[in-house]
Design a protein around this ligand. Structure first.
Ligand code: SAM
Length: 178
């Protein structure tokens, strides 16, 4: 299964920090790719630097038309999840999504920055809320991925990493590969 995250409505300078956090959270919690609808060199470089040092194959990509991208994704055995506070509660829907992906489907997860266009709601197979209170795209993507992977991705590390953390109760313990 491939898991991609589509970041809608990134507003350049204003959003560069939170969009970087969205990308790094997506990577850390198990996604394979983050897709933006406009170039942002700051975010791209931050993602590339993390991948270079911490390993793995997480990708940053920019697409011209997110609607065409999502439609093609759906045609290629993909399901579309849109995270929105207006959607159905994740507690009620996650089992259905997991059942659906047993047939080797891929997932694209749409998250917004500001108001999300109605086409996102229409293209989505699932409009899912992480509770119906407004909060943050970073929290939404983290909780969704954690539920999807049932906590497993929190143990992930990468053979090609230059930096690895050894979990410790008392100290910072980091291994630096040559
Ligand atoms: N008012 C905006 C709207 O109409 O969606 C909310 C913008 S919110 C700052 C940015 C993004 O965070 C949303 O597009 C959604 O992806 C995510 N988000 C925020 N709260 C959420 C919730 N309770 N459940 C799921 N996603 C949420």
């Amino acid at each position: 299964m491939v898991v991609e995250v589509l970041r809608l409505g990134h507003r350049g300078e204003r959003d560069k920090r939170i969009s970087t956090h969205v990308a790094l959270t997506a990577r850390a919690l198990g996604a394979d790719k983050i897709i933006f609808t406009c170039e942002d060199n700051h975010v791209r470089e931050s993602v590339n630097r993390i991948v270079e040092n911490w390993g793995g194959d997480f990708k940053f990509e920019v697409v011209d038309s997110w609607k065409s991208y999502v439609k093609r994704f759906k045609e290629n055995n993909g399901i579309v999840v849109h995270l929105t506070m207006y959607g159905e509660n994740i507690n009620k829907t996650i089992d259905n999504i997991k059942e659906n992906i047993k047939t080797d489907k891929n997932i694209i997860i749409i998250i917004g920055a500001e108001k999300v266009p109605k086409e996102a709601y229409e293209l989505a197979d699932y409009n899912i809320s992480i509770g119906n209170q407004p909060h943050s795209e970073v929290a939404a993507i983290a909780i969704f991925l954690d539920r999807l992977f049932e906590g497993e991705t929190l143990y992930r590390d990468y053979d090609d990493a230059k930096i690895k953390v050894m979990p410790s109760k008392k100290e910072k313990f980091v291994i630096l590969e040559k």
